[in-house]
Structures are given as C-alpha cells and as structure tokens.
Write a protein that binds this ligand. Structure first.
Ligand code: ADP
Ligand code: MG
Length: 250
C-alpha cells in the first residue's frame, strides 16, 4: 500500500513559446498522503488550476512526473489515463462537472453504470442530506442556483469514493456557514476513505480543517503551514460516511 496517493516530481508547465510564453508552473514537487487534506491559496493567475488539472491527469505537464495511486500517469496514453481518472480521481472544478440533460439523481446513477465502488444508498442519502440537496434529486442543473450546483458537484465527486479529490474553489458560491460545513465534510471523507484531497481556495478562514497550507505565487509553490494533523473532527454530522478505502487497496 503506498502512503502517497499523489506524487508530483519536478513538474513544470509552459504555455505558448517565444514572446507569448507563460511559465505557469515552475519546478513543482508535491506529495499528498492518504487521509490528508491540503489547501492551496494564492492570487489569480498564479498557477493553481494548472497544478490541479495536471495532478488529476486532465492535462499533461511540460516536464516532470505525476503518479496517482502509484501509477505513472505521465507515461500513459489518453485512454489509460482516463481509466486512472475514472477509477481514482474526483474533480470539483470551477466549470461545473454536471451533465446538463441529467437530473441530480441521474448524475449519480450514471456513475454506477461506468464504475464500481461508489457509495451505497444510505451513505449517498446521508451525503445529499448533509449538503442540503435531498430535495433537488429530480431537478436539472439549469434549474439550480450557483450554490446548489456547487453542492451537487461536491456530492457527485464524493459519491464515487475517489482516492484523490481535487477541488478548485469548491466553496466559492456558498455562504460561510455552508463553506465551513463543506470543508469539514471534505476532511471527514479524506480520513474515512483514506483519500488525499487538494482544495484550491482564496478563503484563508477555511484552512482550519486542512493539514497543510501551500501558497502559489508566480508558478512557485511554497509550504506556508504544516499543522501536523488538522483540527480533530468531532463525530456527528458526518457519521453517515462509511469507512473504507478504494477497493483496489492502493
Ligand atoms: P490560477 O488558477 O491560479 O488563477 P491558472 O493556473 O489558471 O492560475 O493560470 C496560470 C497562468 O497560466 C496564467 O497566466 C494563465 O493565463 C496561464 N494559462 C492557464 N491555462 C492556459 C492555457 N490553456 N493556455 C495559455 N495560458 C494558460
Ligand atoms: Mg484558477
């Protein structure tokens, strides 16, 4: 069993060339362990989304190596890479990952068709309840507010029990109480499911529930705070989460 769910070694990303060259990511190394939640803060345009999408294999780096659950995804072709993504990675991206022509409940059912090891019914119901979206099951993404869509996107990402959860500003359209609840939920899920989670946020108040805080400035990642284990979580609202890691036992 590998401790690290995500390993990034000397990863770089350059867009364009010559006068239009942008070095979005300078040599970056980052490991995230099972059960760990890390936050990445930093100004707009500093490279946070680039890092996150490379971490999840949505785009390739210019240089360096990325391993997810021990698999060197940088050496895989697109087909194998998408298999690793489906099996191991959950995304909560800024552009909503919802399918416009499916209801909320059908978004989850679709995952059951393509992948095993998703949440069972009780756990799913608990998750929807915790996120306050139980009543939205029959609605389509277009009928939802920005905050509701964001919470459905969170539910969809957690539903598949990913080993690696990548969230880009997951609480941007939520009020602060709700945003705190979501951060707690992400931490509980990481601990109970043995998953690694990266949360990009500009909201430094949300970093109480994370284990490490990194700051991205001009494509360079700095460790700002290592809390050696985040705030212990009181049992309670996230009890519905069942223990268990990824079926593959990575
Ligand atoms: P952040 O998420 O921190 O706001 P990004 O990772 O989106 O930053 O962008 C980092 C830099 O890379 C920016 O200068 C941005 O314009 C540039 N960039 C990002 N994606 C692309 C792309 N597909 N093509 C060209 N430049 C890009
Ligand atoms: Mg971004």
């Amino acid at each position: 069993m590998t401790e690290h769910v995500l390993q990034m070694d000397d990863v770089t990303k350059t867009f364009g060339s010559g006068r239009t060259e942008v070095r979005a990511l300078k040599k970056t190394s980052l490991d995230v362990n099972r059960g760990e939640v890390i936050a990445i803060i930093g100004p707009s345009g500093s490279g946070k989304s680039t890092l996150l999408t490379i971490a999840g294999g949505l785009q390739g780096p210019t240089g360096g190596e990325v391993r997810i659950a021990g698999e060197r995804i940088t050496e895989l072709g697109e087909k194998d890479r998408s298999k690793v993504r489906l099996e191991h990675v959950g995304f909560i991206l800024q552009s909503s990952n919802l399918v416009p022509f499916l209801t909320v409940s059908d978004q989850l059912k679709l995952l059951d068709k393509v992948k095993k090891g998703n949440m069972k019914k009780d756990e799913r119901d608990g998750l929807l309840e915790e996120l306050g979206i139980t009543k939205l099951a029959k609605k389509y993404p277009n009928d939802l507010s920005g905050g509701e869509r964001q919470r459905v996107a969170i539910a969809k990402a957690l539903y598949s029990n990913p080993s690696l959860l990548l969230a880009d500003e997951p609480t941007a359209s939520l009020d602060s109480d709700r945003a705190f609840e979501v951060m707690k939920l992400l931490k509980s899920a990481a601990v109970k499911k043995n998953a690694a989670t990266i949360v990009v946020t500009h909201d430094t108040r949300l970093t109480d529930y994370v284990d490490k805080v990194y700051k991205m400035v001009d494509g360079v990642l700095h460790l700002e705070a290592d809390k050696g284990g985040a705030e212990p979580l009181e049992e309670g609202r996230t009890d519905f989460l069942e223990k268990g890691g990824n079926e593959d036992g990575i």
